[in-house]
Write a protein that binds this ligand. Structure first.
Ligand SMILES: [Mg+2]
Length: 214
């Protein structure tokens, strides 16, 4: 798979474009949510009134963190490289769209993205559902085989797979341990940028820091 041919790039936000700061386990514990479910699914286990209270607390917590966001290592170089090649860029997050826009501004990344192409859990069914990717591809008028989903979590890969895009997993800490789940796995975004910048035509991506499926 030659990612240099991919013209439409969809990025997860927290932990992918920005340094990961959300302690989801601590938030769940503070709200009495089950530890073994993600927050949005955990809300299905409490009363409607309690879910509303927790949603309010969640938005506030996410907003507080958004204002302190900083770009992840290698992010600006990667986005500049893609922009320099005329690539279309979008953000798809399980955060709210408003917080995503706040986060991008705080991290100084807003200029890389058209606000239309920033989507959150209030824009479409959240990842791992592929709905947000289908929505973005429709906005662009693009086909899944022109697109890449880049993220740091399994949900990003699952959503990309379900939508039929290429998938790139940023596995900074080697936590996920299942490199075959994504088309490409990198421990740093700078490795992805290097591949995009140097890979000769007709040759597959690969090397000591990247794994490729088929
Ligand atoms: Mg993430």
């Amino acid at each position: 798979m030659d990612l240099r041919d991919r013209t439409h790039w969809i990025f997860d936000l927290d932990g992918t474009l920005t340094v990961a700061v959300h302690d989801f386990a601590a938030f769940k514990a503070s709200q009495g949510l089950p530890a073994d479910r993600d927050i949005l699914r955990g809300l299905e286990t409490v009363s409607a009134q309690r879910a509303t209270e927790i949603r309010t607390a969640l938005r506030q917590w996410e907003a507080d963190l958004a204002h302190a966001a900083v770009p992840g290592p290698g992010v600006i170089d990667l986005l500049e490289h893609l922009r320099g090649r005329g690539r279309q860029l979008a953000v798809l997050t399980r955060n709210t769209r408003a917080n995503a826009l706040r986060t991008l501004r705080a991290a100084g990344l807003h200029a890389f993205f058209d606000a239309r192409d920033v989507a959150g859990r209030d824009s479409a069914a959240p990842k791992p559902a592929p709905d947000g990717l289908f929505r973005q591809l429709a906005l662009w008028g693009a086909h899944p085989d022109e697109a890449v989903m880049v993220g740091d979590y399994l949900f990003d890969v699952v959503a990309g797979r379900a939508a039929g895009t290429a998938t790139v997993l940023l596995d900074t800490h080697g936590r996920h341990g299942h490199p075959d789940s994504a088309d490409l796995v990198f421990s740093e975004l700078s490795e992805l940028t290097s591949r995009l910048a140097t890979q000769p035509p007709g040759q597959s991506i690969g090397g000591p820091h990247a794994s490729q499926k088929s």
